[in-house]
Design a protein around this ligand. Structure first.
Ligand code: ATP
Ligand code: ZN
Length: 225
């Protein structure tokens, strides 16, 4: 059983945010004994438990109040927020701080031979993405119609496979796009990792711990600038 008096923090178990998330917590002085396969890791020197999950689950865990804090990419957070709003829910959470890692951009990319002249030329196109709500918000703001093709992986192969005309996917260097005969044509969202907190009351002890963590994070990030 999880002890509710301990601060629960959700981080990505393995992926692009894991090492940086773990390092940030370590630099906050939190001693974590990570046994690789464990879902939960207990801090040795502070009343903190780490939940190690898939990044996609982190916004929901915080919005549902299951964990106190989470470290997550803004792209995943914003997509979950828009998704819950679209379902008529009113999700709540607080962003405590934008962090200095996990930078990437969500971009539209089209085949190299596509004569791209602006977002309007994608009117009516089918676009493959794992981020249907962020994509819809972008096109809605421009009054452009599109059809989506929801894929949770291998988005970049969709045009070649004849599944879509273009894609909307995360990019950091552009190498994956190039390898798949695609070119980045529009950035629709710029993202970094951020630290979020559940809504609602915190016990005085937890709040004090969070305040201390925030002071340390501030120091760590300033030292790296
Ligand atoms: P999980 O198994 O936890 O679901 P995943 O495969 O969905 O992992 P990762 O590829 O590890 O996710 O990416 C996690 C987050 O890292 C992204 O949502 C994004 O915020 C950030 N990120 C930074 N650079 C990149 C990049 N080049 N490509 C994809 N994500 C990136
Ligand atoms: Zn994921």
């Amino acid at each position: 059983m999880l002890d509710k008096s301990r601060l629960r923090i959700a981080i990505q178990k393995s992926g692009r945010l894991s090492d940086d998330s773990r390092e940030l917590l370590a630099r906050c002085g939190i001693k974590i004994n990570l046994q690789q396969q464990r879902l939960i890791a207990y801090a040795e020197n502070m009343p903190i438990d780490l939940l190690r999950v898939r990044d996609d689950d982190i916004p929901g865990l915080v919005m549902d109040g299951v964990v106190d804090l989470g470290i997550i990419g803004e792209n995943v957070l914003e997509e979950e927020l828009l998704s819950r709003l679209a379902q008529g829910n009113t999700p709540s959470y607080k962003t405590l701080r934008r962090l200095d890692f996990g930078a990437c951009r969500l971009s539209l990319a089209a085949p190299l031979d596509f004569n791209y002249t602006g977002a309007e030329c994608l009117n009516g196109a089918r676009i493959a993405t794992s981020y249907p709500h962020l994509l819809k918000r972008y096109f809605d703001e421009k009054g452009i119609q599109f059809k989506s093709c929801l894929l949770n992986g291998s988005v970049e192969v969709a045009p070649r496979a004849g599944l879509a005309d273009a894609i909307c996917d995360l990019v950091s260097t552009g190498a994956t796009l190039e390898a798949n005969g695609l070119k980045e044509v529009e950035v629709i969202y710029r993202s970094k990792a951020c630290l979020i907190q559940r809504d609602g009351e915190m016990s005085a002890d937890k709040q004090q711990l969070i305040n201390r963590m925030m002071t340390r994070i501030q120091g760590v990030i300033q030292a790296r600038e």
